[in-house]
Design a protein around this ligand. Structure first.
Ligand SMILES: [Zn+2]
Length: 54
């Protein structure tokens, strides 16, 4: 499956993943959810596992 860095940036740059329960939260770029809506955890990370560039 082909990779499209621009599309992935658009899709993943604003998605945060709760480190406690792995719930995903879509926010605007540059925003961070204050807390997980599922487990109330404040430990969030950006969903950005794809490594771009070579
Ligand atoms: Zn959570």
């Amino acid at each position: 499956m082909a990779r499209f860095p621009e599309a992935e940036n658009r899709l993943f740059a604003n998605i945060w993943v709760c480190m406690a329960c792995n719930a995903r939260h879509r926010m605007g770029v540059g925003k961070k959810p204050k807390r997980c809506r599922k487990c109330k955890s404040t430990r969030m990370r950006l969903k950005n596992k794809v490594k771009t560039g070579a």
